[in-house]
Design a protein around this ligand. Structure first.
Ligand SMILES: [Zn+2]
Length: 274
């Protein structure tokens, strides 16, 4: 009888030890059996690769207001999505989308702590402001160039009205409009700081060096930074809501399809900024 009890006790002990050993061992593998976790695991690379998805989704305007933002045909001083920028953050009076500005202020404070002053030299520009820039350059170029060359020369660094990201309130030019400023000295330090840190606040340099990326359109602009959580949505909406029929109302607008203004320029941004 005693022998039987001891035998049964030993048998149950072996069974229990075996059971716990098995469940403990298999635990790490079980994590991914949860459908949510499996999904998160599968998306891990995509999530960490996308700036927009690392931030809470902002409130977006409905399509009819969004079309006006995309084309620059609205008054940013009266638009509830926009706010004026404080004098300490800019070199002249200007507006940005509220969420863009909020994140810029966080980035500004972090840069200041590290000894860098970030000043916005251009923020939101509406259709008429972009038209003034475009037509001033057009009237100069057309004196000495044929029309295609005149437009292409402007498009090295400036957008056709209705196709500019500066309409959106998400994009800004910081500290200088010369790549040479950012190539040495203080400018280079500022640029290196932005390259290292801007993405933490949702900002991305959309016009990178075309020699080292496969993007098209404007030349490199080390000064132009975009708030991706909003601008990636706006770019997607541009594809859905805007056609060449809306790219009009300024000199030489009829050249837009020939120049691929939408495909090559609006969509010609660095791949990491989507
Ligand atoms: Zn710019």
């Amino acid at each position: 009888m005693k022998k039987t009890i001891v035998f049964l006790f030993l048998l149950s002990s072996i069974f229990l030890v075996g059971y716990f050993a098995l469940t403990t061992y298999s635990e790490p593998g079980c994590i991914y059996k949860d459908p949510q976790m499996m999904k998160a695991h599968a998306n891990k690379e995509t999530v960490s690769d996308s700036i927009a998805q690392s931030f809470p989704k902002p409130n977006f305007p409905n399509d009819s207001l969004l079309i006006n933002h995309l084309l620059g045909k609205f008054d940013y001083s009266k638009d509830s999505f926009f706010t004026s920028v404080a004098a300490e953050h800019c070199s002249k009076p200007m507006y940005l989308q509220k969420e863009t500005y909020k994140k810029f202020k966080e980035m500004y404070a972090a840069a200041k702590k590290d000894g860098f002053a970030l000043k916005i030299i251009s923020g939101t520009r509406n259709f008429n402001e972009q038209k003034a820039i475009w037509e001033r350059k057009w009237n100069t170029n057309i004196k000495t160039m044929d029309s295609l060359k005149a437009a292409k020369t402007i498009l090295l660094y400036s957008s056709m009205p209705t196709t500019s990201r500066h309409h959106w309130g998400t994009d800004m030019d910081i500290n200088s409009l010369e790549n040479s400023y950012f190539a040495a000295g203080q400018g280079l330090k500022e640029y290196n700081w932005l390259k290292k840190n801007a993405s933490k606040y949702g900002f991305c340099q959309v016009y990178t060096d075309k020699k080292t990326t496969d993007r098209t359109g404007y030349e490199m602009e080390k000064w132009h930074w975009s708030y991706i959580p909003i601008s990636s949505h706006y770019l997607k909406k541009y594809g859905e809501l805007i056609t060449y029929k809306q790219v009009k109302g300024f000199q030489a607008s009829e050249l837009a399809p020939k120049l691929n203004s939408i495909e090559a320029y609006v969509n010609g941004i660095d791949k990491s900024c989507h």
